[in-house]
Design a binder for this molecule. Structure first.
Ligand SMILES: Nc1ncnc2c1ncn2[C@@H]1O[C@H](COP(=O)(O)OP(=O)(O)OP(=O)(O)O)[C@@H](O)[C@H]1O
Ligand SMILES: [Mg+2]
Length: 326
């Protein structure tokens, strides 16, 4: 099998500094090339050279060159639920960390005006982003994740009672910030389908939404409501995550199912949506989160569970880019 290093070497002579993500799957090699600042003829030339250089490599049947221009705004991926407290913010932080660990340029926007939690989850409570040329500069949180939070726009503890346009303007400030080379922006939404969700889908259309639910029936009914909200807004559902499924006893390690288990997977199947995975109810997740150390940074089964979900989301995003690239 050919290694990423070999691919880099083959491309350097004519695309030095422009090689981005490399992905080999099922005999298909996809290479991202940053073509910013180049005239169309130069882009075509580099793309052709790249295809020629990579054709016929060991184990590669097809080569696809994805042309990107670095200055474009990042793609938004919304994390949503119908019900509050099911774990959106925890998943958002850990999804971002796990995707970053897999080598992606990910950032995070905490769009929860009612209960912003990312400054705490990413270990940056009290952080105040600065503005440059009227745009905010993201703060770097745990795991090297650049992020911005509604909580940074207000004083700590100040009840945020923004309505409609104000909430929408605040969201725009966070999304239209200096995201630099960030390609994917995970957006931690407040629960339900209110003003923020509306301005999200109307002004900053996400490329897709991840729906999270606990296995209980009631949570699943709410999740279905969130799903239909995104359906109506023509935002594709990337898939469903089941959180707090199965309780791991901190003393004996036994697994029990206080909220049931498998409900979200069954619901996803019924709705013909991909199931992205499950995260157990584990007090360690809560403790690590409270300490500002996302458990996805670890190397145990919990980190693995987040990494598996992150890989599915990343695959979905790559597939989408590949389809758009023609
Ligand atoms: N798998 C889990 N195991 C244990 N505790 C968890 C798990 N997922 C989340 N929690 C805890 O549950 C609480 C709620 O999680 P979180 O804040 O992520 O939910 P949320 O959906 O964002 O809530 P809200 O709707 O208020 O924004 C937090 O204390 C968090 O640490
Ligand atoms: Mg939250």
């Amino acid at each position: 099998m050919v290694t990423d290093e070999q691919i880099f070497k083959l491309l350097t002579p004519f695309a030095d500094g422009r090689v981005g993500a490399i992905r080999t799957k099922d005999g298909q090699l996809t290479v991202m090339l940053d073509m910013s600042g180049l005239a169309p003829s130069a882009r075509n030339y580099i793309a052709q050279q790249a295809e020629a250089a990579l054709a016929g490599l060991d184990g590669i049947d097809a080569v696809r060159i994805l042309q990107t221009a670095q200055r474009s705004a990042p793609d938004l991926i919304a994390v949503a639920s119908g019900k509050g407290g099911v774990g959106k913010s925890t998943l958002s932080a850990n999804l971002a960390v796990a995707m970053a660990r897999a080598g992606r340029a990910v950032g995070l926007v905490d769009a929860d005006i009612y209960g912003p939690s990312q400054p705490r989850l990413l270990g940056m409570e009290g952080s105040k982003p600065v503005a440059e040329e009227k745009k905010m500069l993201p703060v770097i949180g745990a795991g090297g994740i650049p992020f911005l939070s509604m909580g940074q726009l207000a004083k700590p503890g100040q009840a945020i009672a923004w309505r409609g346009p104000m909430a929408g303007n605040a969201l725009t400030q966070l999304v239209d910030a200096h995201w630099g080379s960030v390609r994917e922006l995970i957006v931690d939404l407040p629960p339900g389908t209110g003003d923020i969700q509306l301005s999200m889908v109307q002004k900053h259309k996400p490329i897709g939404a991840v729906i999270i639910s606990t296995p209980q029936d009631l949570a699943l009914i709410d999740a279905a409501r969130a799903i239909s909200f995104f359906d109506q807004a023509k935002v594709p559902i990337i898939g469903v995550v089941e959180n707090m499924s199965g309780y791991i006893c901190p003393n004996c390690g036994d697994v029990s199912n206080p909220f049931g288990a498998g409900g979200a997977e069954a619901a996803a199947k019924e709705l013909n949506l991909p199931f992205l995975g499950r995260i157990p109810l584990d007090i360690a997740i809560r403790h690590a989160s409270d300490d500002g150390v996302p458990p996805a940074l670890g190397d145990g089964p919990i980190a693995k569970a987040y990494a598996d979900i992150a890989a599915k989301v990343a695959d979905w995003a790559d597939q989408r880019t590949a389809n758009m690239g023609g």
